[in-house]
Design a protein around this ligand. Structure first.
Ligand SMILES: Cc1ncc(C[n+]2csc(CCOP(=O)(O)OP(=O)(O)O)c2C)c(N)n1
Ligand SMILES: [Mg+2]
Length: 320
């Protein structure tokens, strides 16, 4: 493998952290203390884990309804994220947002939204602000394959291309928009990254289950945005293991085959990386991560719910 083992270890541990946080959410969901919908990225951890190697808290990122992995990859706090999902005032959005509305300016995580495609123009606008202020950072827009069917996708990419904005678009193509396969939503053989290219944005494609491919192509993409201060679009193939929304598996309900899920499970990047690393010190690191996750749930449960009198405190209001 072309990736240094120490780097691979970091990628593995970030992916492990993301997966275990979400498995814990899934396990505890039935307790009904998390009173918001959750869209889990279990199966999709490799892309955000690799991404985390190339950005700092100084950079901006925005995300979608499936935001947990992106928030954590941007240096987000497990405590603040779990507290947010529990609707507590110690949450990153003060307990007023829930799973789909994570925001944490401290780590440059500028928001996520339930409106499909809603953050594409926001991340593009952040790119414009970087350009105007001549700042040394990039803006990343995480988006799903489904959001490329929204009009705002084209408007935003066009604007970024025309204005030369330092925006990295990371499209995680997990083949589905809820229960609809890409095949019934977009013309056969039309590649999403080619679509971005036709708008005038340099683009590439990578296998989001192959750590080497993912690492090389994401590094290339991020360096391009940093060096040229122009947009780049990268599409990465990936797969979610659980249902679209919620903690369960849903391969039996008829929109996809169990076989398809199993095929991806066989190539699971976490298993492959762990086997390749065969490093005993990983067990100690993993244990530390699991303890942190456990502590985060205790922190969330012990935190207070937001006070009613503060309901308008964090809402943007025009000054008189
Ligand atoms: C504007 C809008 N249309 C439809 C929906 C319903 N919806 C919620 S998630 C989703 C799927 C989006 O698919 P994709 O962008 O590929 O993201 P994924 O869920 O696969 O991560 C849809 C259609 C919505 N929330 N907003
Ligand atoms: Mg999708």
């Amino acid at each position: 493998m072309k990736i240094d083992k120490e780097i691979l270890k970091k990628i593995y541990l970030t992916a492990f952290k993301i997966r275990k946080v979400e498995e814990e959410i899934a396990d505890r969901y039935k307790e009904q203390e998390m009173r918001c919908p959750v869209h889990l990225s279990i199966g999709q951890e490799l892309v955000p884990a690799v991404y985390s190697m190339f950005v700092t808290e100084n950079d901006y990122a925005v995300s979608t309804h499936r935001a947990h992995a992106h928030y954590l990859s941007k240096g987000g706090s497990i405590n603040k994220m779990i507290a947010e999902i529990y609707g507590k005032e110690t949450g990153c959005s003060k307990g007023l947002g829930g799973s789909m509305h994570l925001i944490d300016e401290e780590v440059g995580f500028m928001g996520s939204t339930a409106i499909v495609g809603g953050t594409i123009p926001v991340g593009t606008g952040l790119g414009l602000s970087i350009k105007i202020k001549q700042e040394n950072k990039i803006s990343t827009v995480f988006l799903g394959d489904g959001s490329t069917e929204e009009g705002v996708f084209y408007e935003s990419l066009n604007f970024a291309a025309v204005k030369d904005l330092p925006v990295l678009y990371i499209c995680e193509n997990n083949m589905y928009s809820v229960y609809s396969n890409l095949e019934v939503r977009q013309p056969k053989n039309r590649k999403i990254y080619k679509l971005a290219e036709s708008i005038g944005i340099k683009s590439s494609h990578a296998n989001g289950y192959d750590v080497e491919d993912c690492y090389m192509k994401l590094e290339e993409a991020i360096n391009y945005v940093k060096e040229n201060k122009k947009p780049f679009f990268i599409e990465l193939d990936t797969y979610r293991y659980r249902e679209h929304c919620g903690p369960n598996y849903d391969n039996h309900i008829g929109y996809r085959e169990e076989q398809e899920y199993k095929k991806h499970l066989e190539k699971d990047p976490l298993n492959i990386m762990k086997e390749y690393l065969s490093d005993e010190s990983l067990d100690i690191e993993e244990k530390k991560i699991l303890e942190k996750i456990d502590d985060a749930f205790t922190f969330a449960k012990e935190s207070q719910i937001p006070k009613y009198e503060n309901i308008e405190k964090y809402i943007y209001k025009e000054k008189n």
